[in-house]
Design a protein around this ligand. Sequence first.
Ligand SMILES: [Fe+2]
Length: 255
Amino acid sequence: MSTMSVSKISHASYVTPDLARLSEYYQQVLGLSLVEEEAGRVYLGSTMDHDPEPGVADQFTFLDPKGTRIQIFHATPPSDRRFATQGIVPNKLGHVAFHVEDVVAMTDFYCNVLGFRVSDWLERQFSFLRCGPDHHTVNFIGSGEIRHDHTAYELRDWSHMQAACDYLSRNNIRLLWGPGRHGIGHNLFTYHRNPDGLITELYAELDRMSDETLGYFEPRPWHPDSPQRPKTWQMSPRLVNLWREEFPPEEMLKV
Ligand SMILES: [Fe+2]
């Protein structure tokens, strides 16, 4: 029985050895806006969502089973902050993927305690969990390690992704993988590293379960099943990129 039901991801926090360099990347390249700055911390946002710590009193914090600090809070009143006018300017923070020691236990915790639902499994190694209409807001990868895998930002469409790739190139940031289209989630994707080496995914056209009571993802021409419902997928090169037989390049897997 779920004790609460979270409805969206608000923010992700990172510790960095070079705050100025990382802040410049998120503002100048990714196109997030500066919300607030205080000693040793920078808060950035797209429009409404940002790190809640300045100005949010009604929250509680706990460590999840892998030791990540989770903050739960009621939605704050909408701000009038507008999207940035330079940089890639994603729609929003979309999902965060983590490596965990016990993927089944972590998935059960997020479902039973926080109210997430399983959208898909890749075998019994990789879970995709939703807390709203987006196919996944968190991923757990059962690799035996505990670490961040990637943080993903939603772009508008394929043409925004093309512009983003050009913009990354102009800023001397090379793509690690993609563009392509994933099997699970069916999003267009491309991955690169931020200045600290953490992987950023930019994606568009992620599967959506617009009506939870119907229990299937909004039909799309690239879906293999009709209707497409949550299931366990089998690993194949074609699954990780529908456009060609491909596994992630080796350098992508190095921390
Ligand atoms: Fe992702």
